[in-house]
Design a binder for this molecule. Sequence first.
Ligand SMILES: Nc1ncnc2c1ncn2[C@@H]1O[C@H](COP(=O)(O)OP(=O)(O)OP(=O)(O)O)[C@@H](O)[C@H]1O
Length: 232
Amino acid sequence: MTKALLEVQNVSCSRPEGGPIFSNVSFEVGEGDVVVLQARSGAGKTTLLKCLAHLNLYQGSVKYRDRFPKQYGVPTYRTHVQYVPQRPSLLPSTPRDFLETLSGYHARRKQGKIDVQHAIDVASSWGIDEDLWDRAWNTLSGGEAQRLALAIGFGLNTAEILLLDEPTSALDADSSIVVENTLLQEIKSPESSLKAIVWITHSEEQASRVGTRFLHLSSKGVEEGIRACDRA
Ligand SMILES: Nc1ncnc2c1ncn2[C@@H]1O[C@H](COP(=O)(O)OP(=O)(O)OP(=O)(O)O)[C@@H](O)[C@H]1O
C-alpha cells in the first residue's frame, strides 16, 4: 500500500470557552483521494480543516509525509497542505495583493515553481475577468471571491493537498461543475503538484460527482464510507 500523504491521529478540538467540538478523529489521505467531508451544520467541519492546516489549536497528531508541521516550519507546511477559506470576502485588500503576498513568501520562493500567471489563467477559464483581481475582496460577489480564492489556492502549484471549505457554495450549478472538472483534471495531471483534496460540501450531487471517499464527522470522530444521504 502507498504511504499516506496525510495521517490524522486522535485529533480533538475544543471550543474557546471549553467543551469539545469533536474528538478522536483519525483518518489518512492518500494520493489521488478526493475525500468528501460531511456532517450537520456546526459539527466542526471547518474547524477540522483548520486543524489540518495548523490554523487551529488541537490535541492529537497530524503528519504530512511522515513529518509534523513544525518539522517543516508551519508556513512551509501550509504551502503543501493548503486551506482555502469558505468566506474569502473577509480577506483584506485585493486578490492580486493576496496572490503577490503569498507568492512572495520565502517558503514558496524556496520551492521555485511559482506561476502567478497560471492562477490568473485558471480564474479566467472560470469566467473571472482580469480586472477583478484589483477589486477589494469585500466588493466582489460571493461566487467571484470563491473562484479567485480557489485559483490562488492551486494556481500557485505548491499544494499537494487542498483543504476546500464549501468551495463552490456561492456558484450556480453550471459554474460549479466547471470548477469541479478543473480540480479533478488537476489532481490527475502529472505536471501538477496537487495529489489529494479534502472537500467539504453540503451538496449530495457534488459529493457524488467529486468524491472518491466519504467521511462523516460527529462529536465522537469520523466514520468512513457513510454518505450523508445514506444516514437515517
Ligand atoms: N472562533 C470560535 N469561537 C467560538 N466558537 C467557535 C469558533 N469557531 C467555531 N466555533 C464553534 O464550533 C462549532 C463548529 O463550527 P464549524 O464552523 O467548524 O462547523 P461546520 O461543521 O463547518 O458548520 P457549517 O456547516 O455551518 O459551516 C460551532 O458550534 C461554532 O459555533
